[in-house]
Design a protein around this ligand. Structure first.
Ligand code: PLP
Length: 445
C-alpha cells in the first residue's frame, strides 16, 4: 500500500463490496453485529484496504487483535517459517518446543513472582472456560462471582459470566448455575451513586460482595472464583479505581477464592504496561490472555499459580490450542511489544488523551473521556447534566467515521472506543481525532 493515511475512492460500499455483502447476507450467520460495511481485502500496518481499493485507518485493530499492526513483517516471517516446518502437532498428545517456550515466556512476563503453569486454547472464551474449570477443580467449590457490564466470551460457561448486553444471553439459558453478578466500579456512572472521589477512596461495589452477597445469597465458602476485567472492555472502556481491584484481592484472600483477571482485551501492552493489572498494583491468581497475543493468529492462554493446576492428565485439553504457528506468532509479537510497542502505546495513549481532554467542554454530547494507554473511550450523552446515554449519536459517529476513512468500534451503551494497533504514530492519531471531531460536530448540529 505504501501510504500512511487513508483514501476513499468510491461510494461506500463500493461495487465489489456490494457483491461480497450479498453473498455474506445469503450464507453467513446473521448473529454477527457489523456496524458498517467494511469489506477488507488486505491490511498493512495501520491501514486496511477494501475490495474496491479504498483504504481505511484502523483504530479498531480487529477488536484489539492486531497489536503489532496488520501483517507486521516480523510476524509474517515467523508464521511463514513455522508453516514451512510444522503446522500442527497437537500439544495435548505430543510435545513440541514452541508450546513450552511460550509457556515459559508467559510465566515470566505475567505479574507475580511465583511458579506458574500455562494452559493453551484458541480464543478468549476458551481461556476463560479453562480458568473457570481450574478454579472449580482446585477449590472443589462451584460458585463464581462476575460483574455487571463484564464480557468474557460467548460459549456457555463464559457466557454465564458475560453481563454486557442482554441480547448476548437472550434465549440461551439456563446458563451455568452458581454465578452471581456484582456491580462494576464505573466512576462516571457509579452504581452506588457516589462521586468519583468517594469511589476512588473506598469502593462500595467491592463492599457489596462481602457485605451483601456473602451474607445473603452467595456463601463465600462455596465461591471458587471472582472473575473480573481490570479495565472493562466491551462494557464501555471503564477504568475502575485501584481500590476496587485491591478490595477484590483482599476479599479473595480472606475467603480462599481464586482471583481471575480477564486481560483478553486490556492486556498485551495495550495500556502502556504489559498487563492492566500492573497499573493497579494487584496480582491475580489466574491471568487470561488472548486477542493481541499473537497478532491475529488464534491463541488463548490461561496462566495460573502453579499450585492451582492440580488437575491430572485428561482433565482438560484442546486439539488446536497452542498450535505451533500461533505460538511462533506469539513469541514474535511478545518480542516486538517488549522491544518497542508497549512504550509506544504509553506515549501515544498520553498524546491522544491529552488532546481529548478538552472535548467534554467543547462538545455538548461528549460526557466522558477516559482510558489508559491505547484503550480509550469517548462516552456520548444526550445531556451532560443527566448523563443520559446517546447510542444513536454514537452509532452515527461510527458510521460517519467509516465514510471518512476511519475504522472505530463502539462499546458499552454509547461509547466510541479507540484501540489502534500499538504501532500507531502521531499523524494517525491526528487524522483519527480530526475525523471524530468533525463527525461529532456534525451530529451536534
Ligand atoms: N474476554 C474479554 C475481556 C473480551 O473482550 C473478549 C472478546 O471480546 C473475550 C473474553 C472473548 O474472546 P473471544 O472472542 O476470543 O472468545
Amino acid at each position: 500500500m505504501q501510504k500512511t493515511l487513508p483514501q476513499i475512492r468510491t461510494v461506500l460500499p463500493g461495487p465489489e463490496a456490494q457483491k461480497v455483502l450479498a453473498l455474506d447476507r445469503q450464507y453467513v450467520s446473521p448473529s454477527y453485529a457489523r456496524d458498517y460495511p467494511c469489506v477488507a481485502k488486505r491490511g498493512e500496518g495501520m491501514l486496511v484496504e477494501d475490495v474496491d481499493g479504498n483504504t481505511f485507518l484502523d483504530f479498531s485493530a480487529g477488536i484489539g487483535v492486531v497489536s503489532t499492526g496488520h501483517c507486521h513483517p516480523g510476524v509474517v516471517r515467523a508464521i511463514q517459517r513455522q508453516a514451512e516446518t510444522l503446522i500442527h502437532m497437537s500439544g495435548t498428545d505430543f510435545y513440541y518446543p514452541l508450546l513450552a517456550q511460550v509457556a515459559e515466556k508467559m510465566a515470566a512476563i505475567t505479574p507475580g513472582d511465583f511458579p506458574k503453569r500455562v494452559y493453551f486454547g484458541n480464543s478468549g472464551t476458551e481461556a476463560i472456560e479453562a480458568a473457570i474449570k481450574i478454579a472449580r477443580y482446585h477449590t472443589r467449590r462451584h460458585r463464581v462471582i462476575a460483574f455487571l457490564r463484564g464480557f468474557h466470551g460467548r460459549t456457555l460457561g463464559s457466557l454465564s459470566l458475560t453481563a454486557s448486553r442482554s441480547v448476548q444471553r437472550a434465549r440461551f439459558g439456563p446458563l451455568l448455575p452458581g454465578v452471581t453478578h456484582a456491580p462494576y466500579a464505573y466512576p462516571y456512572r457509579c452504581p452506588c451513586r457516589r462521586d468519583a472521589a468517594e469511589c476512588a477512596r473506598d469502593c462500595s461495589c467491592a463492599d457489596y460482595i462481602d457485605q451483601t452477597l456473602f451474607k445473603t445469597i452467595t456463601p463465600p465458602e462455596d465461591v471458587a472464583a471472582i472473575v473480573v476485567e481490570p479495565i472493562l472492555g466491551e462494557g464501555g472502556y471503564v477504568v475502575p479505581p485501584a481500590r476496587f481491584l485491591q478490595r477484590l484481592r483482599e476479599i479473595a484472600d480472606r475467603y480462599g477464592i481464586v482471583l481471575i483477571f480477564d486481560e483478553v482485551q486490556c492486556g498485551m501492552g495495550r495500556t502502556g504496561k504489559m498487563w492492566a493489572a500492573e497499573h493497579f498494583g494487584v496480582v491475580p491468581d489466574i491471568l487470561v490472555s488472548a486477542k493481541g497475543i499473537a497478532s491475529g493468529m488464534p491463541l488463548g492462554v490461561t496462566v495460573t499459580r502453579a499450585e492451582l493446576m492440580d488437575w491430572g492428565p485428561g482433565a482438560h485439553a484442546s486439539t488446536f490450542g497452542g498450535n505451533p504457528v500461533a505460538c511462533a506468532a506469539a513469541l514474535e509479537t511478545i518480542r516486538l511489544i517488549e522491544e518497542k510497542y508497549m512504550a509506544n502505546a504509553a506515549r501515544m495513549g498520553s498524546y491522544l488523551l491529552e488532546r481529548l481532554a478538552a472535548w467534554p467542554n467543547r462538545h455538548p454530547t461528549v460526557g466522558d473521556v477516559r482510558g489508559l494507554g491505547l484503550m480509550i473511550g469517548i462516552e456520548l450523552v444526550k445531556d451532560r447534566k443527566t448523563r443520559e446515554p446517546h447510542p444513536e449519536a454514537r452509532n452515527r459517529v461510527i458510521y460517519r467515521a467509516f465514510e471518512n476513512g476511519l475504522l472505530v468500534l463502539g462499546c458499552g451503551e454509547s461509547t466510541v472506543r479507540l484501540m489502534p494497533p500499538l504501532i500507531v504514530e502521531a499523524e494517525h492519531a491526528d487524522f483519527a481525532l480530526e475525523v471524530l471531531d468533525r463527525c461529532i460536530s456534525e451530529i451536534e448540529r
